[in-house]
Design a protein around this ligand. Structure first.
Ligand SMILES: [Zn+2]
Length: 439
């Protein structure tokens, strides 16, 4: 991956997770009040207290002093749509109308030369400015959109998961492929990009409504032929969508059964939404290890419903969290978790700051099966790092005057935080484009 063999060290307040706070409590996180992350050749090679580690570094080592800021693993977004950065904040519709009225109109522009490249540059700039260093990305139906995305991600050396959307019905003609061309284009993209540098492929049938049984069958075949690729799709987001999917696939037991019948439900399957899963469906998720992807701002904005995280946990289902731009309304994973907190509050559930920050780092890395690579500051991990100033805004600085301990400070950060709190983002040890106002 990174050819950069240079040695550098980041100094600040370190926070990362080694376990799930909902399971391991206080033992789940590591906090070092004056710590150093040592980075060599794009990887974390040591982490610990400044007083112990600094004397061990060779003379002349570049030490970037971010004190008193917080240093964490880069954030991970498990579901986002590259073609929808100019669909975000489109008024007044729920899912099916929103797709037809806004999204499918905008996605047609990706056939234009240069348009996917422009949207990709914008998206990656925005993600990095928000502290997000990995995302699972839907491109458009056009093969070129995924080519453009991967090329730009590779240039920036970001660890990204992406795929060309497949849809062969119930969408404008300009946005449909065929079962055969969707298969062939996806296969060509997998061969070209999956595992190239830091790029990973996700087989991406948009959802059952926009794919014929033949397309889902070929998607399942692709997944069987490439078991190390991800599968990403949507499920149980909205009642009208569910009714339509059931009508199109009358032979399947339920919505989850549609994907299961075509071999699309497994540990690498990232299933967007899962708001209206039935007991039978939760069980299928638990048995196959499929991941339910919770997209708080999108679920609220499109009026889709409240994700029941406690239920998912009880059923033993793996959960990831995501923005779902452009149904979602913020690129910031902090902002996303603030809305997650409110969704859980509406159901009598809670979400600690530690649980929220775990979810967007190690939690998502585990859900993606990438925790051996990203999501932590442990030695050996890729050095994707975010530096945060919890007192970046006037309101936050004012509130923090009364914070008594770390957990209270972090709760303020999660509840009020967004891209304004990002001081710097490092991608495999290299500092990404400096966000405005960054120090
Ligand atoms: Zn989505």
């Amino acid at each position: 991956m990174n050819e950069d063999k240079s040695l550098r060290a980041l100094r600040g307040r370190l926070l990362w997770f080694v376990d799930d706070p909902e399971v391991a409590g206080e033992a789940a996180h590591r906090y070092v009040a004056d710590g150093v992350v040592v980075i060599t050749g794009g990887l974390v090679t040591a982490v610990g207290g400044a007083s112990e580690l600094l004397p061990t570094l060779p003379p002349g080592t570049e030490i970037i002093d971010h004190r008193p800021h917080l240093i964490m693993p880069g954030f991970i977004d498990a579901h986002i749509h590259m073609p929808q950065t100019q669909v975000i904040a489109s008024y007044g519709a729920q899912l099916m109308e929103w797709l037809n009225k806004y999204t499918f109109v905008e996605e047609q522009k990706l056939a234009q030369q240069g348009h996917p490249e422009m949207l990709t540059r914008f998206l990656l700039d925005e993600l990095l400015a928000s502290g997000t260093t990995t995302a699972a990305v839907y491109c458009s139906v056009h093969r070129q959109s995924a080519e453009a995305f991967f090329a730009e991600s590779e240039r920036r050396n970001t660890r990204m998961i992406a795929g060309k959307v497949m849809m062969d019905r119930n969408a404008p003609a300009a946005l449909t492929d065929t079962a055969e061309s969707g298969y062939a284009d996806s296969k060509a993209l997998i061969e070209r990009w999956h595992g190239k540098g830091r790029q990973l492929y996700a087989i991406t049938p948009r959802f059952a409504v926009t794919s014929t049984p033949e397309q889902l069958r070929l998607s399942g075949q692709l997944a069987a032929e490439h078991p190390d690729c991800f599968v990403q799709t949507h499920i149980n987001e909205n009642q009208a969508e569910i009714a339509f999917a059931r009508e199109l696939y009358p032979d399947s037991d339920d919505y989850t059964g549609i994907y299961q019948d075509f071999g699309l439900l497994g540990r690498k399957s990232l299933m967007g939404h899962c708001i209206h899963n039935t007991k039978h469906e939760w069980r299928a998720f638990a048995e196959t290890g499929a991941v339910a992807v919770f997209c708080p701002t999108s679920n609220l904005f499109l009026g889709s419903g409240l994700f029941d995280w406690a239920r998912a946990r009880r059923e033993g289902v793996r959960v990831a969290v995501a923005t779902d731009i452009g149904g979602g309304t913020s690129y910031s994973m902090l902002r996303t978790m603030a809305e997650a907190y409110k969704i859980l509050q509406l159901q009598g559930q809670s979400l600690s700051a530690f649980a929220a920050l775990h979810a967007i780092t190690l939690g998502n890395a585990v859900a993606l099966g990438l925790d051996h690579l990203i999501g932590s500051l442990e030695p050996g991990r890729e050095a994707d790092v975010v530096v945060l100033d919890p007192a970046a805004t006037r309101g936050m600085a004012h509130r923090l005057e009364t914070a008594r301990d770390l957990s209270e400070e972090l709760f303020v950060l999660v509840t009020l935080g967004d891209e304004r709190n990002i001081v710097a983002t490092y991608v495999a040890g290299a500092r990404a484009g400096r966000p405005e106002g960054g120090a």
